[in-house]
Design a protein around this ligand. Sequence first.
Ligand code: OKP
Ligand code: ZN
Length: 355
Amino acid sequence: MKVFVDEECSLHRPPYEILSGKIVAYHETPDRLLQIRLALEGDGVFQIEDADRSIDVQRHALQVHSVDYIEYLESAFGLWVEEGGDPEGSLFPETFPNAKITQRFATANLAPRSLAGKTGYYCFDLSCPITADTYTSVLASARVSLSAARELSRSGESAFALSRPPGHHAGTSVAGGYCFFNNVAIAAKYLQQESECSTCCGIAILDIDYHHGNGTQEIFYSDSSVTYVSLHAELDYPYFTGSREERGDGPGEGFNHNFPLPFGTEDGAYCGELRKGVKVIKEFDPAYLIVSLGVDTFESDPIGAFKLTTACYAEIGCIIRGLSKPTLFVLEGGYDLDTIGKNVRTLLEGFITGA
Ligand code: OKP
Ligand code: ZN
């Protein structure tokens, strides 16, 4: 299996985030990519390939994200430094346009004029600081996803996008949960455009990250050509989305499927729910499957509270293989550096070999 990488994914390196009221070391680090790469390379099962630097990432990102959001991400840090911000520092939101304060920003696309206002308008939490290198890595991450998607559309061979920052929390015009561009959504739109019949090119997105992919859900909520299926912790971050009742809207109704699971979920229960999700995808019969691949469901993950073991990842890979679809795996979460490589490898090998 080909594995796509881009060294610019490692430039974004915020020093800290704010969790439970404390300043803690940023969990979403470049070492995550390094550990996975070390586990995949060396024995010929996986072929590491550089993403294509000639891909016009912004053009593809515009199929998913609003132009004002993209311009904000590109320019925010420079504007902040012009206003006196620390060139070595991190730009954080200061206030959020809560709907109980004003409806204005929810209904009209009128971003606040001040940079401090924009930081909250375009972000929903405190996990997406913007540094000098952030936008370079955001582009690189989507480039990796697009390069792997192109491999899928040209050869029909399944591929893995080994990218960061992750994407499934990023919505049309909002960052959050370490995510800026929604790499999976950008790949989905790309695959639909590349296919001979874009309107009948159904895509299924299976999100097995521990957290609900609120961004992916939002982007495709009214879209019947993309089915979103997510397994995630019911009462954990991002807290406001991911219930069973969220089933899509308008023409997209019935094409969004959430499987919220309790804290402490173990291998057997997880795979049982995964089989239900896979059944939904089988009935939809997509042209392509995209997997939002997070291994923060592992028992020792520092921010997840499921109890999956490494053996379960082999089983998950087998279950996904059972769909027999050209499959694009895109990295989302997974924060235990000692096990992330082994778990990702085990899942992909389960998919490749069926064992
Ligand atoms: C990104 B991905 C939980 C706080 C969570 C942000 C988590 C983002 C996860 N107590 N902070 O889905 O792995
Ligand atoms: Zn996650």
